[in-house]
Write a protein that binds this ligand. Sequence first.
Ligand code: PHB
Length: 398
Amino acid sequence: MTTTTLTTRVAIIGAGPAGLLLANRLRVAGIDSIVIDARTRDQVEQTIRAGILEQGTVELLDEIAGSRARTVGHRHEGIELRFAGAGHRIDFDALVGRAVWLYPQHEVLRDLIAEALDAGQDLQFGVTAVEVEGAASDRPAVIAQTAEGEQLEIRAEFVVGADGSRSIARPVVTGSHGGYFREYPFAWFGILTEAPPSAPELIYSNSPDGFALISQRSADIQRMYFQCAPDADPAAFTEAQLWDELQKRVPGTTLKEGPIFQRDVLRFRSFVAYELRKGRVAIIGDAAHTVPPTGAKGMNLAAADVLVLERALRALLLENDERLIDAFAETALRRIWKAQHFSWWMTSMLHVQANSAGAGADASDFDRMRQLGELRSVVESEAGSRYLAEAYTGWPLG
Ligand code: PHB
């Protein structure tokens, strides 16, 4: 088989939010990169993921030509926590003077891809990374294969794995060590429905039947989730059953129903790799960590990683200064663990603790009452509410 060799300064595996945002910021700093992704452009642009952007993430996206996060996205100045039959608004604006934007990840990706291609970024879809070589040398490389079966060798000065939870770069960085890992005995059943919004802001609801999140996408499309067993079969529910499951978890609100045109089950995991860098290979975004979706932190954490790595790569590649890259993991991990805690906390506070039999199966009365006490501690205390508002809208980007 013939091998084509390409040369660039930074080889980035993965055209998700982390990889594309990093490529953009490096390009602006005058550092060339090649981005590859195993998926097609359509797959990248159409995969339904989460929808909440922290204020700092929107500010980063504002720097991308053509970003529609602020114009097409919706600014949300609070969320509702619902439990024990009552709703409690957490007013982000009043508590911390910040907000979040509802703008789906695949729209962020469309913006980033359009800008990258316009700016002449070398961005190759359908190219699968097979191996990362030479982490300990000054010339690491990514070995990859095109959809046509051609072998590519991308030689670079630095390799970044932004290639998601099944990262090919991660084992190069962590060796056999892996990472910190936690599983949860439940999952989310997610739907997209063609209906008007049921509420002006997101509702995070804790009910005896389990958790539900009433989110949105646009004036005509809504996203909703309810707590289910990890092995729930998306096809096993009729539309009427799905509405019933959702509705009983948000007592006090009559959900506006419409046709359900997409359904999926999201597994819950918390994960942080033991190492984020080895020599001239680093991992960012989901390759480095996973959070359960309750805190809406996934894409935002990826954006924060990008900022830390971008600065380190500028110092390394433009000034031959290794100090920031040596500090990269420690700097990034400070925020990662705060976000891990917040995501775990929101998850544990809002879901009915259950074994794998599913919602409601195993909650002891004590845990149930303790959880209500915890929720009251948050909504009845300005300090408690402010912590939630600070974490949800995002800690300052360093
Ligand atoms: C979503 O709209 O998909 C969404 C919103 C908030 C979350 C998770 C998912 O915490």
